[in-house]
Design a protein around this ligand. Structure first.
Ligand code: HEM
Length: 250
């Protein structure tokens, strides 16, 4: 019989999700967070929030093809977004807080789910080494690469801490061109963008399954949407370093 965490007791124990010895959560939200399906739902919802952000970010990045003035005006708008209703910077900080919460919840759930998976495999395959599938391992490594990339990207383009050359406050166009004027800037970003494409492709599909959107009829459409989304995002983002490298932006 399934428990209120949605997992059978014997499987829950094998997955390390047993509540024995742990304080039982008092609220429904606490119970959901403890359960495997709850963590998968958190991953799906936060993943979709981040994909939404990536689509907007990729489209905004394409403004770089229209020159420094237009791109820097967009950088300025990020800071004054919501004015005069909001105080300067509040709109940007709200977006930052939502994104940071999504990244942290996504990462913590992924870590906890893979620990459960490893424990369950150790129990089920006591005599054999039960390895995670290729897709699962790609997702885990892709997630780690993207986490590291986000930290690098913010230190590079927002604070300027690791920026190559001179960082110019309020001039994202010149800063982006600076980043893609070094070989390692191109390598870091292009590798991260390819990892992002693979992660989005598989993650979007996983999220649809978790949220119960998939069925035999819709699966083909969902796979096509996941592939198209991944290709558009990868090509859109990678077009910027390629444009700087080839001299069409600079
Ligand atoms: C070629 C690829 C990319 C370029 C050229 C690029 C460029 C930029 C620029 C110009 C900004 C605004 C900086 C500012 O004015 O403060 C920014 C912000 C940001 N980007 Fe990207 N980006 C790229 C890819 C990505 C990817 C793939 C992610 C996520 C996985 C990402 C996450 C972010 C985040 C979270 C911020 C907000 C940082 C803040 O809080 O100010 N970017 N990016």
């Amino acid at each position: 019989m399934a428990t209120d965490t949605g997992v059978r007791p014997e499987r829950q124990k094998a997955e390390g999700g047993s509540l024995r010895g742990q304080r039982r959560p008092r609220t429904k939200l606490g119970l959901l967070w403890r359960s495997t399906i709850g963590k998968k739902t958190v991953m799906a919802v936060t993943g979709l929030i981040m994909v939404g952000y990536l689509v907007v970010h990729m489209i905004a990045n394409l403004k770089i093809f229209f020159g420094a003035e237009e791109f820097n005006a967009y950088g300025h708008w990020l800071r004054v977004m919501g004015e005069p209703f909001l105080h300067r910077g509040w709109g940007l900080w709200t977006a930052r807080v939502v994104l940071l919460a999504a990244v942290v919840l996504h990462g913590v759930s992924a870590y906890q789910l893979s620990r459960r998976d490893l424990k369950a495999r150790a129990t089920q395959y006591a005599h054999k080494r039960g390895r995670a599938s290729y897709a699962t391992r790609t997702m885990r490594w892709g997630g780690v690469i993207l986490g590291l990339f986000i930290v690098w990207h913010v230190l590079d383009i927002t604070t300027g801490t690791v920026h190559s050359g001179e960082f110019q406050e309020g001039r994202p166009y010149e800063n982006v061109v600076g980043t893609f004027s070094t070989w390692y800037g191109n390598v870091i970003y292009i590798v991260a963008m390819l990892a992002m494409g693979l992660h989005v492709r598989h993650g979007f599909w996983n999220a649809a399954q978790t949220l119960g959107v998939g069925n035999a009829r819709r699966d083909r459409v969902l796979k096509a949407v996941a592939n198209t989304l991944a290709v558009i995002l990868t090509v859109g983002f990678v077009s910027v370093p390629i444009a700087v490298m080839t001299g069409s932006v600079g």
